[in-house]
Design a protein around this ligand. Structure first.
Ligand code: IPE
Ligand code: IPE
Ligand code: MG
Length: 257
């Protein structure tokens, strides 16, 4: 774990001024975010829910930039859950078209930053046009060496555990693995997050205090951070606040400090 006592400097988009912030304590290697509250953000403005999803996309851009500037290694964003199919068809279709638009406008900058885009969840059930975007963005960022950004699309923690066990069972049937060797690291390795570092910090916006089936296995020892801020209103400063709080937490993992 890296001890962090550095002075971070960045340029703010709005006024091109340089802002300084001192982050004390450990920096989370992996931040996972449940981006919630788009609908309520729109409702409060008398706008349709999809206007909230559009505004939320701007926040995604800002948060990726901020995480990269701060030296976060992995960012996982919950964009669409296995339960979100229950929403009206119109809203689901709108959400499914957003990745295409997002990557069209952001790919150049992501490439410049060396970001590796990945997807978790069952992307084979997404509409063909969304799958095309998934394929293209994976392809375009495959050789990058920078921060990993995981987009959770049609992701459910329980479904992830089930598919991991199924995959393992197939390996056993093929004689490549054995049940005697099936343990926690083996299950972890077969999840859609693979052997990547578990999330250190899980952030949820909009005041809801639940995981909603997000990374239920991987977040077993994550620090949880909740804010009433709605996702479209979430800013770099909100992220810094979360990271600073994280730096003050004592992680014991069941032991004694
Ligand atoms: C989060 O915002 C985005 C997705 C779940 C896709 P919501 O759409 O859940 O917004 P609220 O919770 O209704 O305000
Ligand atoms: C969780 O938010 C899913 C995403 C952010 C993609 P929801 O708005 O779907 O969760 P619930 O229904 O409030 O639990
Ligand atoms: Mg919600």
């Amino acid at each position: 774990m890296r001890e962090l006592k550095r002075l971070w400097t960045w340029r703010t988009k709005a006024d091109s001024q340089t802002a300084n912030v001192e982050l004390k304590g450990d920096l989370p290697a992996h931040i996972a975010i449940i981006m919630d509250g788009n609908g309520r953000w729109a409702n409060r403005r008398g706008l349709p829910r999809i206007a909230g999803h559009r505004a939320g996309m701007t926040t995604v851009r800002e948060v990726i930039r901020a995480c990269d500037d701060l030296g976060i290694q992995i960012l996982t964003l919950y964009a669409f859950s296995t339960e979100n199919w229950k929403r009206p068809e119109f809203e689901v279709e709108y959400l499914m078209r957003l990745p295409e638009e997002f990557f069209r406008s952001e790919m150049d900058e992501l490439a410049l930053r060396g970001v590796r885009v990945r997807f978790i969840g069952d992307t084979t059930k997404l509409p063909e046009y969304t799958q095309e975007t998934v394929r293209r963005s994976l392809e375009r960022t495959r050789d990058n060496q920078g921060m990993i950004v995981n987009f959770a699309l049609n992701y459910g923690g329980r479904a992830d555990v089930v598919q991991a066990v199924q995959k393992y069972a197939e390996e056993v049937a093929a004689g490549r693995s054995s049940w005697a060797q099936f343990d926690e690291p083996a299950l972890s390795a077969h999840l859609s997050t693979g052997s990547t570092h578990d999330p250190d910090l899980v952030i949820r916006t909009s005041g809801e205090m639940r995981l909603s089936n997000f990374l239920i296995w991987q977040a077993a020892y994550a620090e949880l951070w909740f804010t009433d801020v709605l996702w479209p209103d979430f800013r770099r400063e909100t992220l810094i606040e979360a990271i600073q709080d994280y730096g003050r937490r004592k992680r014991r993992f069941g032991g004694l400090k």
